[in-house]
Design a protein around this ligand. Structure first.
Ligand SMILES: [Zn+2]
Length: 579
């Protein structure tokens, strides 16, 4: 085997090993694999050892992205195979084989825009439905016009967000359409003695139930309860005067399980429903309507947070009374995202009070805000699949999300110059016209170049540089303008830096340890506003080539970060994604 062939074989193994282990190839597995693939090399192990060591060291000096790119270019098939191996798969669902078809559901209240806090329920349910070739279903839970009042725009925004996330559902129900059905089941339970109408004050009931005692209503005959039920519906009882309770076990160790409330009266004049107005005065509570619907909608697997564990216990009493089998229930642990607001009530309050600029405020982690920033739906799905349905609590950081997103958008995003808070830099002694050609993407020259023509006037050229870069310009310092030339700073006065041409080559800059800064020829470019993750706005100038961009394009502003184009006319408005 020619030495070059050997080197190349080792390099391939080392690169694949590195890509699979976070960018660091290890010597032993590379040697092992080499000897398996090329058994004839066993006789030459002495020469092989230092060579492998050297190549592994070289490979490990490259960034993971670079390693991946080399593999993708040279051995595209090898990576496809490796990718399948490292792709994360969700653990199987319990008892999936007992059901003809796995059916999952996502059941939000249409009182808020969907946000990262909802992502786990959505993605897990949708992914599991796909995994088992089953169904994913959507249910809008809007039966509390008093405290968790739904609002019309969310009935449309929620399905939109789900579509954006790539979800497919084959059934969509809105609970406020199903009130008569809930009434039917309430009557059925009342007639069977599985529920009763309690007219005790909340205080009195609580006292009795915490002492494991029966309230005076519980043991009345069922026809008395059906009469009381009629009074609930016809307005004889008013808000707060009667509630339907499902009979459970008064000795249950958790007092919150004991005879839980199933339906109550809400004054329809005071609290009209956004969809059905004053049509109903008796509304089901969460455990009742969700419990009935899960059965009615054929849900086989409920996947939700562990804060719902008690709800399962509550609902199981009702299921037993109705002769139904409770679906399989998977309760995952809490997911926190450091530095982010995942509590719905706080989001709603903040938007209402104007603490945030609206639902798309980048501080919120709503899907609409993430979408605006250029976070891909695939990123959210991958993040959630990685977390899975485990019961332990997990804390994620934005960086976890960004790392996945970066991997997905980096190969696609074209590069541009954006000069934030531009400051003037004047360079003398430029003796010739020059053209700077910078690639749209460092790994793909096929995408072409951006051209900047530099035409000195009396040997001088003016540039815009970012304020942050201008701050480091000190007299005597050598700096390289990316892709153009090297300069030596002569003076910095009143925010204007003057410099003189030093040399042209990049090698020269490297030798001198000159920092690279990006730039724009003065009097060029388009005004640009970047909405940052903290909702502040970075202002500056983007290069002229950006005029060809379209909304939704994702770009990388060099030395600044990835961003998504939001609008473009006389100025460019973009939302910042991440570094
Ligand atoms: Zn009572």
């Amino acid at each position: 085997m020619a030495e070059e062939t050997v080197r190349e074989a080792i390099r391939k193994i080392a690169l694949l090993n590195a890509v699979n282990y976070g960018g660091k190839a290890r010597y032993q597995p590379v040697l092992g694999k080499m000897l398996t693939e090329q058994p004839q090399m066993r006789t030459k192990i002495k020469e092989l050892l230092p060579l492998i060591q050297k190549i592994v060291a070289e490979v490990n000096k490259l960034s993971l992205e670079k390693q991946r790119r080399i593999v993708e270019e040279k051995w595209p098939k090898a990576l496809v195979k490796e990718k399948v191996e490292v792709e994360r798969v969700l653990p199987p669902l319990p008892n999936a084989d007992r059901y003809e078809r796995v059916v999952t559901r996502f059941a939000p209240n249409p009182d808020c825009m969907l946000h990262l806090g909802n992502a786990r329920a959505i993605v897990l349910c949708d992914e599991y439905a796909r995994m088992y070739k089953g169904s994913f279903r959507l249910r809008l839970e809007d039966t509390d016009p008093r405290l968790k009042r739904a609002a019309l725009p969310f009935y449309e925004a929620i399905p939109e967000d789900l579509k954006w996330l790539g979800c497919k559902w084959d059934m969509e129900v809105i609970q406020s359409d199903r009130v008569p059905m809930y009434y039917e089941y309430a009557e059925k339970l009342l007639a069977k003695g599985g529920a009763y109408v309690c007219t005790c004050t909340q205080e009195k009931f609580r006292k009795l139930v915490s002492a494991k005692k029966t309230c005076p209503c519980r043991d009345l005959p069922s026809n008395e309860h059906l009469t009381r039920w009629k009074y609930m519906l016809d307005g004889t009882y008013r808000e707060g005067q009667a509630v339907v309770r499902v009979k459970t076990d008064l000795n249950h160790p958790n007092p919150a399980v004991r005879d839980w409330p199933a339906l109550r009266i809400i004054n329809p004049k005071k609290y009209p429903h956004p969809r059905v107005g004053g049509k109903y005065r008796v509304w089901p509570l969460y455990n009742f309507s969700a419990g009935i619907d899960d059965h009615q909608m054929g849900i086989t697997h409920i996947i939700r947070g562990k804060e719902h564990l008690t709800n399962q216990t509550r609902q199981e009493f009702m299921y037993k009374r109705l002769g139904w089998k409770y679906p399989e229930a998977i309760h995952y642990g809490r997911m926190k995202l450091t530095g982010s607001l995942l509590s719905k009530s706080k989001i709603v309050e903040g938007v209402r009070k104007g603490v945030f600029t609206g639902w798309a405020d980048p501080r919120l982690g709503t899907f609409i805000a993430l979408r605006k920033r250029g976070i891909l739906p695939e990123t959210i799905r991958r993040l959630i699949v990685e977390v899975g349905p485990k019961t332990v609590d997990v804390t994620l950081s934005w960086e976890n999300l960004y790392a996945i997103n970066r991997k997905l958008i980096d190969p696609k995003a074209n590069r541009y110059f954006f000069v934030r808070d531009p400051k003037k830099l004047s360079v003398r002694n430029v003796t010739e016209n020059m053209v700077a050609q910078l690639p749209f993407h460092p790994d793909s020259e096929k995408r072409g170049f951006r051209r900047f023509e530099i035409k000195p006037q009396n040997g001088a050229v003016e540039f815009w540089v970012a304020a942050q870069d201008a701050d480091m310009l000190k007299r005597g310092k050598i700096v390289r303008l990316m892709g153009l030339f090297n300069l030596k700073v002569e003076s910095v006065k009143a925010g204007v830096a003057t410099a003189s041409f030093h040399s042209k080559g990049h090698e020269e800059a490297k030798k001198l340890g000159a920092p690279l800064i990006h730039w724009l020829p003065a009097k060029t470019g388009i005004p640009c506003e970047v909405v940052m993750p903290d909702a502040t706005v970075a202002r500056g100038i983007a290069e002229d080539t950006c005029r060809k961009l379209k909304p939704d394009d994702i770009v990388q502003f060099e030395r600044f970060g990835f961003a998504r184009i939001d609008s473009i006319d006389w100025k460019l408005v973009v939302h910042y994604a991440h570094r």
